[in-house]
Design a protein around this ligand. Structure first.
Ligand code: THU
Length: 142
């Protein structure tokens, strides 16, 4: 694991409720940096992107751990919180580790209160119906 620009190395691990077909129960990721700094990706999004690519989904995850080799605990950035919230139930624990193996833990919902997620969007059918009704109104049809 290399973080050539920030020298801040982060690892993320997703614990699955049940092993996948290969017997794996943990999916990992590390931050991947880029010469164009903002293009780099955090460890959490690399791990979650890998998990989703492998077919895991909301309900698959028991916990997530985020670790650095620093004295401080590493807590997911704002963008990662939103990204994770799409796939982690709000009661899923997020363990944040420091280099000594000490940790603090908060639930996904605690890290992102009053969050916006797929469950907040009305069903597609409802959205389509609203759109249709508005179009009909705009066209002067009652
Ligand atoms: N980083 C993560 O991978 N996860 C976090 O939760 C915070 C920050 C990365 C992004 C960048 O590669 C480096 O740490 C410094 O910000």
């Amino acid at each position: 694991m290399d973080s050539p620009y920030s020298l801040f190395r982060v690892g993320a691990s997703l614990l699955l409720h049940t092993p996948d077909p290969t017997g794996q129960t943990i999916i990992t990721g590390a931050n991947v940096e880029n010469a164009s700094y903002p293009v780099g990706t955090c460890a959490e999004r690399v791990a979650m992107g890998t998990a989703i690519h492998l077919g895991h989904k909301l309900g698959s995850f028991k916990a997530i751990g985020v670790a650095t080799d620093m004295d401080e605990f590493c807590s997911p950035c704002g963008m990662c919180r939103q990204f994770l919230r799409e796939f982690l139930a709000l009661d899923v624990p997020v363990f944040m580790f420091n280099k000594k193996g000490g940790f603090i833990v908060r639930s996904m919902g605690e890290l992102l209160p009053l969050s916006f997620g797929p469950d907040v969007l009305p069903p597609k059918e409802q959205l389509r119906k609203n759109l249709n009704e508005e179009e009909l109104k705009g066209a002067g049809v009652q």
